[in-house]
Design a protein around this ligand. Structure first.
Ligand code: AMP
Length: 282
């Protein structure tokens, strides 16, 4: 596996692959790998001849009060894990090389997709995501890129940007990888104190509860959301950021649940750790 630090070197690697007629699958990440990341990398390996993984804790997608400096990092561990997943190129640039001093371009996806859910409590987050993913697509020129359904709104935003800007990258969604008890794997789970681990389960358990209620015939998003809010708040140290039922592609609010509806949740645990999860409920 090659470790590539500079965007120019990554562009050269990608050109070499194209010249040799080899297709590329890209997996963009912020590192601190877990089984969710590895399963994206293995999926990428089935989709193209070469797998490139980017490891970049992108400063522009963090708000001023967010966890940029605290975000977990362990390059050596990540390097070994990516290699074991069969990755050919690990692109780990410095922020100063991705955003030189004169940098002044931003890709913003419309408020239809970025104004609600995580976009409401994280202003500017999706502009940061769209900009860095657009840059990564230009640097790596992948045929296909794999993203986790765990970040459901991000997936919708990237699909829209890729179509709107004719980026020519096939976007593949990969299902959320979970612990045996249902907790969605996340690099941010490392922030949880042992006593908060149970409270973190409130998200996946809420999705299970919603499925039980819809199986019993409930279709009202409002009544479901009210029940889920009470359920989540019955766990210690939880504060709901949002509980939303939205259309899976447009992200528009759904008043009545149907097969296209996704339940998306964000919950703060202990006032600090913000976790997200989502799932279909019918
Ligand atoms: P991150 O490093 O958190 O930015 O995530 C990098 C990629 O991995 C994104 O496409 C995420 O959606 C995906 N991802 C994160 N957690 C999971 C998970 N538990 N299951 C599947 N994919 C995930």
């Amino acid at each position: 596996m090659q470790i590539i630090r500079h965007p120019a070197a990554m562009i050269a690697w990608a050109k070499e692959q194209a010249k040799a007629g080899r297709s590329i699958a890209l997996v963009p990440t912020m590192g601190f790998f877990h089984e969710g990341h590895l399963s994206l990398m293995r999926r990428a390996g089935q989709l193209a001849d070469q797998v490139a993984v980017s490891l970049f804790v992108n400063p522009t997608q963090f708000g001023p009060q967010e966890d940029l400096s605290a975000y977990p990092r362990n390059f050596e561990r990540d390097r070994a894990m990516a290699e074991s997943a069969g990755v050919q190129a690990l692109f780990a640039p410095e922020a100063a090389d991705m955003y030189p001093a004169e940098f002044c371009t931003t890709v913003t996806v419309g408020a239809e997709l970025t104004g609600q859910l995580c976009g409401a409590s994280r202003p500017g987050h999706f502009a940061g995501v769209a900009t860095v993913v657009c840059k990564l697509f230009q640097i790596v020129r992948p045929d296909v890129a794999v993203f986790g359904e765990k970040d459901f709104q991000q997936l919708a935003v990237i699909r829209r940007m890729t179509a709107d800007l004719n980026l020519g990258v096939e976007i593949v969604a990969h299902p959320t990888v979970r612990e045996a008890d249902g907790l969605a794997l996340s690099s941010r789970n490392t922030y949880l104190a042992p006593s908060q681990r149970e409270a973190a389960l409130s998200l996946s358990r809420a999705i299970t509860l919603a499925r039980k209620m819809t199986a019993e015939g409930e279709r009202s998003a409002e009544r479901l959301a009210a029940a889920l809010r009470d359920f989540i708040h019955s766990f210690p140290e939880t504060a709901v950021d949002y509980i939303s039922f939205v259309h899976q592609n447009t992200l528009q609010h759904a008043a009545e649940i149907d097969e296209q509806t996704v339940l998306a949740l964000a919950v703060k645990i202990g006032g600090k750790v913000r976790l997200i999860d989502n799932g279909k409920v019918l």
